[in-house]
Design a protein around this ligand. Structure first.
Ligand SMILES: *[C@@H]1O[C@H](CO)[C@@H](O)[C@H](O)[C@H]1NC(C)=O
Ligand SMILES: *[C@@H]1O[C@H](CO)[C@@H](O)[C@H](O)[C@H]1NC(C)=O
Ligand SMILES: *[C@@H]1O[C@H](CO)[C@@H](O)[C@H](O)[C@H]1NC(C)=O
Ligand SMILES: *[C@@H]1O[C@H](CO)[C@@H](O)[C@H](O)[C@H]1NC(C)=O
Ligand SMILES: *[C@@H]1O[C@H](CO)[C@@H](O)[C@H](O)[C@H]1NC(C)=O
Ligand SMILES: *[C@@H]1O[C@H](CO)[C@@H](O)[C@H](O)[C@H]1NC(C)=O
Ligand SMILES: *[C@@H]1O[C@H](CO)[C@@H](O)[C@H](O)[C@H]1NC(C)=O
Ligand SMILES: *[C@@H]1O[C@H](CO)[C@@H](O)[C@H](O)[C@H]1NC(C)=O
Ligand SMILES: *[C@@H]1O[C@H](CO)[C@@H](O)[C@H](O)[C@H]1NC(C)=O
Ligand SMILES: *[C@@H]1O[C@H](CO)[C@@H](O)[C@H](O)[C@H]1NC(C)=O
Ligand SMILES: *[C@@H]1O[C@H](CO)[C@@H](O)[C@H](O)[C@H]1NC(C)=O
Ligand SMILES: *[C@@H]1O[C@H](CO)[C@@H](O)[C@H](O)[C@H]1NC(C)=O
Length: 661
């Protein structure tokens, strides 16, 4: 026998024999017991079935090393036999297997569990496996299996308890007959395939043990069958991201065993008036539908509720004060509805587990509820685009876990006060407070200390007066700075290159004067196209704030447009090789466009329009292969326009030159 052969059991034995040097009687005894009863040898016909499976693989990732005809198949990798030497369990997960699943596995009459998740297996799922009278757990999720799922009229009793065929490429209708004959079925996971048709009404008929149904990410359409109300033991029902219409049937609210009810991203309508009956609910996710009406008072009866997602519906009315009774809530997502009334009516102080609260884009009024400040586990708070007002309260500093705070586009006042209070936070990473503090003055202090971990700051669209404040220079972690659409005046400060992680700078639409400082050309993150993308991630926003997890929505950008900048474009601009967007439009820049601009080979957007630039259009512009928006119009440029591939696609207006042509 070759030494490289390391079946599962014997390698286990090897490890044990190494630890034998430790004189532990117990270990020795266990080892003796092992040696005394070697595993029963596997049956020849079972070995043949397994080798048939191996044969079906086009890529077995080294399985042959252990799966050798001459050896006991009970010792093969991934195989577990029962005491009689019959194969009971096959577990070959995430092993890079390719090829098809051989029907020969259906001949393993004692096989209980087959787990092939996370490979690249293709072809169909053999009906022999579905017809098997022994298999109880079948997991072939995360493969490339395709075709329609077999509709079978089985004559034999099925032992099937768990079927997971999720994340494959299956098509066709729901296999009602096949599933219907599986009386022991407890969990069916068909998520993330291409199934179509309606959800069958017979789903739960004769299935006393049925607890988990996952149909999400398919193309199911039609209504949710009222008969689901007969699924009396169902705990998990997920069918998000389908094409379902109609209402949540009243009968569904009889299924009081439900713990997880999830139908986001369908076309459902109606109200939630019966929701209070589902006393065991832990997760309720009905976001991105067409629901209307209020959140009923009965929500307060859902004492186990942890997650409430009702975002992107047409719901309205005030939040029920009974919400305070749902003290296990960690997540409340109500964004993009028409909820109204005083937010401070809700007493949040009982929701001490709250971690995510998102009420963006509603019509809430009042000040920020003071009761919210006792939710010390709050990680993300978003109240943007409402009608809230008032000054920020010191209470915010009690939110010691807060990393994401978005309060933009309300009617908050006193920016000085806001920055003094928020600056003390050691946890804040994203602060978005633009669209408030109208016509106030940006405070500046040389001694300001705070915002230690701030990565992104947006105080845009406030019409703030004042200068680019010096305290910004101390925000060493800043990646994104949005101060656009204010009335800030004075020069761009020379300390700008001290913000050595900054890669998104928008100070457009202000009243800034002076030259473009060369410090701007020294910004490290804009110089290096090869900076590690991991560094640029905001790693902290778990679901449901997923959209802020990466900065992919934030290209490396310098937007100085619509100010009163003068002087020349420094030739060192060519150093900012990582830039994707450069906007210097609507300023008073003069002189020539430096040739080095052709070094910005990653540029996708270049706007130099509405300045006083003169001279020839640099031929080096042809080097900018990724440009998709380009405007140098309304200058005094002359000469021929570049002729590179993408330039022929830009409209003539991109080049309107007041002088030449
Ligand atoms: C395995 O070995 C048996 C007996 O040695 C032999 O009959 C059989 O053909 C072999 N099977 C394969 C697939 O090589
Ligand atoms: C199952 O076993 C029978 C009897 O040994 C054999 O005739 C048949 O070809 C096997 N089926 C598969 C798919 O290997
Ligand atoms: C299959 O194996 C994977 C990986 O070990 C595991 O996460 C999954 O729960 C298993 N499937 C079933 C149905 O037990
Ligand atoms: C497949 O789904 C089943 C039932 O929902 C679950 O137990 C199993 O863990 C899932 N497998 C994977 C790999 O997620
Ligand atoms: C279904 O399987 C997927 C894996 O494809 C898993 O992420 C999901 O949690 C499973 N659903 C349930 C309800 O277990
Ligand atoms: C649902 O259950 C009721 C009462 O047990 C029964 O009368 C009805 O036929 C069932 N409906 C279906 C579709 O199974
Ligand atoms: C189920 O719900 C329907 C509609 O709400 C109701 O008429 C019926 O009495 C309920 N059945 C049970 C068993 O609760
Ligand atoms: C709330 O959650 C905790 C921790 O998960 C759990 O122990 C407790 O039973 C839950 N409360 C209710 C009413 O379900
Ligand atoms: C915002 O608040 C100010 C003063 O608090 C008030 O005068 C103004 O009308 C409010 N604006 C809006 C749009 O509510
Ligand atoms: C704004 O806040 C500062 C600092 O808290 C305070 O001194 C000042 O009086 C406030 N201004 C107004 C108008 O309330
Ligand atoms: C812009 O700044 C200049 C002084 O630099 C000032 O005279 C002018 O009023 C400012 N314009 C606006 C709109 O704030
Ligand atoms: C930058 O551009 C200038 C002028 O076009 C050129 O001489 C120089 O080689 C370029 N540098 C790099 C690194 O491409």
């Amino acid at each position: 026998m070759e030494k490289t052969m390391q079946p599962l059991w014997s390698s286990c034995n090897n490890r044990r024999s190494k630890t034998m040097h430790v004189p532990l009687l117990g270990v020795a005894l266990v080892l003796l017991l092992f040696l005394a009863s070697p595993p029963t040898s596997c049956k020849e016909e079972e070995k043949t079935s397994l080798l048939g499976f191996l044969d079906g693989l086009s890529q077995n990732s080294g399985l042959t090393t252990s799966w050798q005809n001459a050896t006991n198949c009970c010792l093969w990798e991934g195989i577990i036999c029962n005491v009689d030497g019959a194969v009971m369990d096959i577990s070959l997960t995430s092993r890079g297997l390719e090829g098809h699943i051989s029907p020969s596995l259906g001949n393993l009459t004692s096989l209980l569990r087959l787990n092939l998740t996370g490979n690249s297996l293709s072809g169909g799922l053999p009906l022999e496996l579905l017809l098997s009278s022994s298999i109880a757990v079948l997991d072939v999720s995360f493969n490339k299996l395709n075709g329609e799922f077999h509709e079978l009229q089985s004559t034999r009793d099925s032992m099937m308890k768990v079927i997971n065929i999720s994340s494959n490429l299956f098509t066709g209708n729901f296999p009602s007959t096949t599933i219907g004959s599986m009386k022991n079925l407890a969990a069916l996971n068909m998520s993330n395939n291409c199934f179509t048709g309606e959800i069958p009404s017979t789903l739960c008929v004769d299935k006393p043990y049925f607890v988990v149904l996952d149909l999400s990410y398919n193309q199911f359409h039609g209504r949710i069958p009222t008969e689901l109300g007969n699924c009396s033991g169902l705990r998990v029902l997920r069918a998000g991201k389908n094409q379902l219409i109609g209402t949540l049937p009243a009968e569904l609210f009889n299924v009081t065993s439900l713990e997880h009810l999830s139908f986001p991203k369908n076309h459902l309508q109606g109200t939630l008036e019966h929701v209070g009956k589902l006393r065991n609910l832990v997760i309720l996710d009905l976001g991105w539908n067409g629901l209307n009406g209020k959140i009923p008072d009965s929500i307060g009866q859902l004492k186990k509720l942890e997650e409430l997602h009702l975002d992107n519906n047409n719901m309205s009315g005030e939040l029920p004060s009974a919400l305070r009774n749902c003290s296990n809530l960690t997540t409340i997502i109500l964004k993009d509805n028409n909820f109204q009334g005083e937010l401070k009516r809700v007493n949040f102080s009982t929701l001490s587990n709250l971690r995510f609260l998102d009420c963006r884009s509603n019509k809430f009024t009042s000040t920020i509820p003071a009761s919210l400040y006792s939710c010390s586990n709050l990680i993300a708070l978003r109240l943007s685009f409402n009608n809230l007002h008032g000054q920020f309260s010191l209470g915010i500093s009690n939110l010691r876990s807060l990393r994401f705070l978005a309060l933009s586009h309300n009617n908050f006042t006193n920016i000085t006060n806001a920055l003094q209070i928020l600056g003390k936070s050691r946890t804040l990473a994203l602060l978005l407070i633009g669209g408030n503090f109208k016509h106030e003055t940006m405070p500046d202090y040389d001694t300001f200390y705070g915002f230690e971990n701030l990565m992104c700051l947006a105080i845009n669209e406030c019409s703030l007066y004042g200068h680019l404040p010096n305290w910004l220079a101390k925000l060493k972690n800043l990646r994104g700075l949005l101060l656009d659409n204010n009335k800030l005046s004075g020069p761009i400060p020379t300390w700008i290159d001290r913000l050595n992680l900054l890669f998104y700078l928008d100070i457009s639409n202000n009243n800034l004067t002076g030259d473009m400082p060369t410090a701007l050309m020294e910004m490290p993150t804009l110089q290096s196209a090869h900076s590690d993308p991991i560094v640029l991630k905001f790693p902290i926003y778990l679901t449901p704030f997923l959209q802020y997890r990466t900065t992919s929505g934030f290209p490396k950008m310098l937007n100085l447009g619509n100010n009163k900048l003068t002087g020349m474009i420094p030739p060192q601009i060519g150093q900012l090789q990582a830039l994707l967007t450069l906007n210097l439009s609507f300023n008073n820049l003069h002189g020539e466009i430096p040739q080095s601009i052709g070094n910005l080979t990653n540029l996708q957007v270049l706007d130099l329009s509405y300045n006083d630039l003169t001279g020839a259009i640099p031929s080096s512009l042809e080097m900018l292969h990724f440009l998709s928006k380009f405007n140098i119009s309304s200058n005094d440029l002359e000469g021929s326009v570049p002729t590179g591939d993408q330039f022929s696609t830009f409209p003539d207006s991109s080049f309107h030159l007041s002088g030449g042509l």
